[in-house]
Write a protein that binds this ligand. Structure first.
Ligand code: BTN
Length: 252
């Protein structure tokens, strides 16, 4: 079933904007944030024509197969890095609720099931001088996206193909926002960081990131990854794509 404004309205307890098709929900959300959107407002689309992912990548989203959501949050500036944690945790909980097992967060915030990505998170901060006006938490969830026959099938999957039954995207949307609300209520609490950290699936493993190879030893409160290289030197990695090397692991 296609999403519609009426269906979305029946599931959402907050101001929202709905689009059958839009360039990027994050772009709409950023503009709305600047013009005074309230905390927890949401932008939802049934399709995205210019969706964006991390590192400037495209995030394709044809109609009816996925969820594209941007939640507008207004945490204190010092807590802005935690928004990415809460987005990944909310998707993790949703996947668990839908019946998935072997769920993990691949640093920094991809949610994987059985080693393949089901969702991506794109938090974008809107600054006003040194202060954050707010954060747009973009979430793209593959519900029934068909990756078969494409190279992406090696790395990505969708919720329905994991749980092997039809899911209602409007229900998923309502549940996802409930999980976002819960984890947002924990922002600034130790449990948010420790929960994110404990669900990461590459700590202790040998990885490659940003052309460096070593062991992923820990993460810091700002979300950075600590990598111990083969000379025993500790590196702090702020962004990048992680690949597990030499054996089992998180996958791409
Ligand atoms: C990633 O690269 O893994 C992050 C993908 C984030 C995609 C979502 S879909 C909703 C929101 N709007 C966008 O343009 N991007 C995010």
């Amino acid at each position: 079933m296609t999403l519609s404004k009426a269906i979305v309205m029946s599931r959402l307890d907050r101001p929202f904007k709905y689009y059958d098709s839009i360039g990027s929900t994050n772009d709409v959300a950023k503009a709305w944030l600047e013009t005074g959107a309230p905390d927890r407002a949401a932008v939802v689309a049934n399709a995205q024509t210019r969706g964006r992912g991390r590192k400037g990548r495209a995030w394709q989203m044809p109609p009816d197969v996925a969820l594209a959501l941007s939640v507008l949050l207004r945490p204190p500036t010092r807590l802005v890095p935690e928004v990415a944690f809460l987005g990944a945790l909310a998707v993790y909980d949703l996947a668990a609720e839908a019946g998935c097992s072997m769920i993990g967060i691949k640093w920094p915030n991809d949610v994987q099931v059985q080693g393949k990505k089901i969702a991506g998170i794109l938090p974008e901060v809107v600054w006003k001088g040194p202060e954050a006006q707010g954060v747009v938490l973009g979430i793209g969830l593959n519900v029934r996206t068909d990756f078969s026959g494409t190279e992406l099938a090696n790395y990505a999957t969708s919720l329905e193909s994991i749980v092997n039954r039809r899911l209602d995207r409007a229900d998923l949307l309502g549940s996802l926002l409930r999980h976002v609300d819960y984890w947002y209520s924990q922002i600034g609490e130790e449990t948010l960081f420790t929960s994110w950290k404990s669900r990461l699936n590459m700590l202790g493993k040998r990885i490659e990131v940003q052309d460096e190879v070593g062991t992923a030893t820990d993460v810091l409160q700002d979300g950075s990854l600590l990598l111990r290289d083969d000379f025993g030197v500790q590196q702090i990695v702020q962004a990048g794509d992680v690949f597990v090397v030499n054996g089992r692991g998180a996958g791409a």
